[in-house]
Write a protein that binds this ligand. Structure first.
Ligand code: SF4
Length: 357
């Protein structure tokens, strides 16, 4: 009965004249009012930067600030959240609650006792903090981390966000992700059914990826049973290897109209219950190099809604259920690389998050 109720709730958008299962509306339905995310930089680094799996990081990621010598103290985390809540409250008169969003870098890349201290702090700071969102890589969630998130999910809304980006190895290699899609499948199959939501980030417009390949990634969203997705167009910011390639004229971009059509094609192929948390890139305007159209967020959203209306379709209309339902997929053994496991489970203190004395 409980799962039927959850299913119905996740399809409620269809009776609200919406074309897709938009995040803001889903949160409002769940919490009875506006919920805002407050981004927190807790000073993590990334195994794709510090050498645990590779160095240099993803080609689109501005990871210059992920220095292992940087110290972010719990007090600073506390201050970021307090400041963020104050600034949102000033901007919007009616906010029902906040989600502490651990956003930059790999936010599960620290010993579990440090993660516990950090997440506990965020959840207990203010009664209006209703949950956590934790951004990470698919190869950086050993079972010990998932057990911890399962614990917090008993009393709070917890979302684990994975950088999936694409299912195709050529694209993952081009981005220098330093993990394969099998890591994503392993992570999701171990995360499912633990009470927290699993969200996958996907990039559309990776050079060399055809429309068919992007639609294969869309199908995988349903096969894996992701609870939510964030769609981004590929974009380049200053200070990244991708930015250098753009300046050298080596990258061909998807145009805005093509992006809008591709997003609609993508959303038609994912399950109707998947929450769509984002439909375009969130580029910082002052660092963005290309494509400049991704700053036109309202017009992109309008374009997507108009395209759905013109087709007379909505999210999920072309979804083909997988042969094995996600809930019936067996939970595999943990394939977290030893180099990452060592940092998380065995090393006692990482230099990335210094506790208050
Ligand atoms: S995995 Fe994430 S944090 Fe690490 S380099 Fe790539 S985008 Fe940046």
């Amino acid at each position: 009965m409980a799962s039927e109720q959850r299913f119905d709730q996740r399809l409620a958008w269809r009776s609200e004249n919406l074309r897709f299962n938009a995040f803001g509306a889903a949160l409002k339905r769940k919490f009875g009012g506006r919920i805002q995310r407050v981004s927190i930089d807790a000073g993590f680094t990334c195994p794709n930067v510090d050498g645990a799996v590779a160095r240099g990081g993803c080609n689109f990621c501005d990871n210059r600030s992920f220095s292992p010598s940087r110290r972010v103290r719990l007090k600073q985390v506390n201050e970021q959240l307090t400041r963020g809540i104050a600034s949102v409250t000033e901007r919007y008169s009616k906010v029902a609650g906040f989600i502490a969003y651990f956003q930059p870098a790999t936010n599960t890349y620290a010993p579990v006792d440090q993660l516990e201290e950090l997440f506990e702090l965020a959840l207990s700071l203010d009664d209006r903090v209703v949950g956590l969102a934790v951004g990470t890589r698919p190869d950086c969630v050993p079972d010990s981390v998932l057990d911890l998130l399962e614990h917090f999910a008993k009393t709070a809304n917890v979302s684990l966000e994975f950088g999936m980006q694409t299912i195709h190895q050529a694209g993952l290699d081009w981005m220098n992700r330093a993990h394969d899609h099998a890591s994503m499948v392993n992570a999701i199959d171990r995360s499912r059914g633990r009470g927290f939501e699993c969200c996958g980030h996907v990039i559309l417009g990776i050079p060399g990826e055809t429309h068919t390949m992007m639609m294969q990634t869309a199908q995988e969203v349903g096969r894996l049973g992701l609870d939510a997705i964030k769609l981004h167009n590929l974009y380049a910011v200053e200070g990244t290897p991708l930015g250098d390639q753009v300046i050298a004229g080596e990258i061909e971009w998807m145009g805005k109209d093509e992006y809008i059509h591709t997003v609609v094609d993508f959303l038609e192929r994912i399950p109707p219950e998947t929450i769509v948390e984002r439909i375009s890139g969130e580029a910082p305007p002052s660092y963005l190099i290309e494509p400049r159209w991704c700053l036109e967020k309202s017009s992109i959203r309008l374009g997507i809604e108009q395209e759905f209306a013109a087709r007379g379709t909505r999210q999920g209309d072309r979804f083909v259920p997988p042969e094995v339902a996600p809930a019936d997929r067996p939970r595999p053994s943990d394939t977290t690389p030893e180099s990452i496991r060592h940092q998380i489970d065995q090393r006692r203190r990482l230099p990335v998050l210094k506790m208050e004395g």
